[in-house]
Design a protein around this ligand. Structure first.
Ligand code: PLP
Length: 393
């Protein structure tokens, strides 16, 4: 059975060119980039090249790039560094829809005594900028707001938010894990102090990430150890992963146009055809300020998990907006923050595309999903109630 992979916000396929670029660094060029000998030195030079490629994708200076193990480490490092450098300040601003890499850390810090403001979003998932501006205080140590939401694809005005923070001398971090490679980013034209990205979201392997730190930003390392990354992140570098990320960033730059044309067109067709074919379905998140690859669709009165299981039988991979917590199916914190009604949020599915998707992929989903929804609704006691029939189960 063919796999139709529409779960690229969860992780992406390592691109063939990326795999080819990284493979020699497992077996042939395995030297330690910090070694004095030329066998290691040649690897060090390749790391320099990879750093330049990553920097170039986001309009940064190579010295502003620190390699980490993942997006989560980058997010944790940024926030903990800002707190360490502002010992007199006790306030953190974030949003209610962050990825757990930021959200759960902020909850942990709240338990430790920090005051955390989690900004609301409206029904379209958009940030309340008035609430944001009003919450900036002299006591604020850091603002951490994501560039694009992983569940809905909604893009936040982080450059404007960073400008307002900078005016008040407040450090601004953005989790750009879902944005990098999908929309243009130019760190030379904004005042964001720190930015996180993750390799496995842009066709590099899992286990490599980046923290961008603007020149002049005070920084305290999270991983303390060796002198790697100029003493800003201890630990021998994940050489194959970093080489891969460099290549993936080069590819992402070349494919940026395609994200906006090919990927956007496929996503829009998928969305339009599903909404037309399936009654009581709707898109979660604003249609305008949104990543070109993501759509989050709710199908009322059924469970997202059942939809995923039935789609799986046709080789279709997507994600649901609920998380199974302690035996009960809770709608995602993102959809709850947006006030999506209970009957809608439970039946939400996230489709996230990549440049490798084709029209045939969309054809299959558009053909198979409407009967799946119909079948599940017949079994749903809630659906039966709305149709005027008696619920028997
Ligand atoms: N931030 C966002 C917005 C994400 O979507 C993810 C992963 O899904 C992460 C952070 C965590 O990245 P990683 O899996 O590299 O730790």
């Amino acid at each position: 059975m063919r796999t139709v992979y529409l779960d690229n916000n969860a992780t992406t396929m390592v691109a063939r060119e990326v795999l080819e670029e990284m493979l020699p660094f497992f077996h042939d060029y395995y030297g330690n980039p910090s070694s004095m000998h030329s066998f290691g030195g040649q690897v060090g030079r390749k790391l320099t090249e990879a750093r330049q490629k990553v920097a170039s994708l986001i309009g940064a200076d190579p010295e502003e790039i620190i390699f980490t193990s993942c997006g989560t480490e980058s997010d944790n490092t940024a926030i903990m560094s800002a707190l360490a450098n502002n010992p007199g300040k006790n306030h953190i601003i974030t949003s209610r829809v962050e990825h757990p890499a930021v959200k759960v850390l902020c909850e942990h810090l709240a338990q430790k005594g920090y005051r955390v403001t989690a900004l609301s979003v409206d029904t379209e998932g958009k940030l309340d900028m008035d609430e944001y501006e009003a919450s900036l205080t002299p006591d604020t140590a850091i603002v951490s707001i994501m560039w694009a939401n992983n569940e809905t694809g909604v893009i936040f005005p982080v450059e404007e938010a960073a400008r307002l923070a900078r005016e008040r001398g407040i450090c601004f971090h953005t989790d750009a894990v879902q944005a990098v490679g999908k929309i243009p980013i130019d760190m030379k034209s904004n005042t964001i102090d720190m930015l996180s990205l993750s390799g496995h979201k842009l066709h590099a392997p899992k286990g490599v990430g980046v923290l961008y730190i603007r020149k002049g930003t005070r920084f305290s390392p999270f991983l303390i150890g060796g002198h790697q990354e100029k003493g800003r992140r201890g630990g021998t570098e994940n050489v194959p992963g970093i080489i891969a990320l460099g290549k993936a960033c080069e590819l992402a730059a070349a494919n940026m146009g395609k994200e906006n044309t090919h990927v956007r067109a496929l996503r829009d067709r998928l969305e339009t055809e599903l909404l037309n074919a399936i009654p009581q379905s709707r898109v979660n998140g604003t249609r305008n300020e949104r990543l070109p690859n993501t759509t989050n669709i709710s199908f009322e009165f059924i469970e997202g998990e059942s939809i995923l299981l039935l789609m799986d039988q046709y080789g279709i991979c997507a994600s649901s907006g609920s998380a199974c917590t302690s035996g009960s199916l809770q709608p995602s914190h993102v959809l709850r923050a947006m006030g999506v009604p209970y009957t809608m949020s439970h039946g939400s599915v996230r489709f996230s595309l990549s440049v490798y998707n084709t029209d045939e992929d969309i054809d299959l989903v558009v053909k198979e999903l409407p009967p799946i929804i119909e079948k599940l609704r017949v079994l749903s006691p809630y659906w039966a109630t709305t149709q005027g029939a008696c619920a028997t189960a």
